[in-house]
Design a protein around this ligand. Structure first.
Ligand code: AMP
Ligand code: MG
Length: 269
């Protein structure tokens, strides 16, 4: 499959209306068929992660961003469910602590960058520092604009050091968010996820969309592209992210390392 239509071309203008959050074209089958496919993709991801570790030349960083309820946690749970827990690490970024705020915005992020052989998933990321802080006017326009350059430079540094970076914006509609927030209110098993502040944030929907639009346009680069993932359907979201990840990893043409000693003819007794 060709996923280039979901990729934000470096240097291009972005209008999120160009992607339909309801697009389900990556999950064309029945629920059962799609579920089976997702498990197959997850199992292949496990194999490729092992190869990544064996080869020990590169790391992989997966950045997940999206408005509240867009499905960041669910993506991690489903897409990586077959991957060896030793080979993958998920990191979530909450509002910064006083100590973190006393430093530059990348200070808390850099230590979590993947080492060679490792897959790291960011649930939220350094992008919050050009999104939520912009929407709430915690920094000036000059500051968030400057941060785009700093982010591109930071990601360039990681990429130059052998990190493959893939960034996914989970694209849901405002009405889908309404349904998901309502479900959190109505379902006793989901109420713990609900925070009345989520309703205040929802009122800022258009400010968030604007901030995402600018961030995607300014920071989709050859070395760290953004993908806009239609996410009203959770299955479409999971299958698309799995497919892009696999496609990219297969493209690396990784090899198991050659062993140094000659092993021919050795018999273990
Ligand atoms: P959750 O992902 O639902 O656990 O919520 C994490 C919260 O932390 C969200 O409301 C984010 O907007 C907030 N957050 C994450 N990073 C930052 C940041 N750099 N500055 C301010 N708030 C942040
Ligand atoms: Mg939340």
């Amino acid at each position: 499959m060709n996923f280039s239509k979901y990729r934000v071309k470096p240097g291009s203008k972005v209008d999120l209306k160009d992607w339909d959050p309801d697009d389900r074209s990556t999950s064309p089958g029945s629920k059962e068929a799609d579920e089976k496919r997702l498990i197959e993709l997850a199992a292949r991801l496990d194999e490729l992660q092992e190869l990544l570790y064996a080869e020990a030349k590169r790391g992989v960083l997966v950045v997940l961003q999206g408005i509240d309820t867009s499905g960041k946690d669910g993506t991690i749970r489903h897409v990586f469910r077959e991957v060896d827990p030793l080979g993958v690490r998920a990191v979530r970024f909450k509002a910064p602590t006083a100590d973190e705020l006393a430093h530059d915005f990348l200070w808390r992020v850099h230590p979590h960058a993947p080492g060679k052989g490792e897959v790291v998933i960011f649930n939220r990321s350094h992008y919050e520092d050009v999104l939520v802080v912009r929407v709430h006017k915690l920094i000036t326009e000059a500051e968030w604009k400057r941060r785009y350059e700093l982010i591109n430079g930071f990601e360039r540094l990681l990429a130059d050091n052998g990190t493959l970076i893939l960034k996914f914006y989970l694209h849901i509609s405002k009405d889908e968010q309404r349904k998901r927030l309502q479900e959190r209110i109505d379902n006793p098993k989901k109420q713990w996820k609900f925070n009345t502040n989520d309703l205040a944030e929802r009122k800022l929907w258009h400010d968030y969309i604007k901030a995402y639009t600018d961030a995607l346009a300014a920071t989709s680069t050859e070395w760290a592209p953004w993908y806009v993932v239609p996410s009203n359907s959770k299955m479409n979201r999971n299958l698309l992210i799995s497919s892009v990840l696999l496609d990219t990893l297969e493209g690396l043409k990784m090899q198991y390392p050659r062993v140094k000693e000659k092993l021919d003819g050795i018999v273990v007794e």
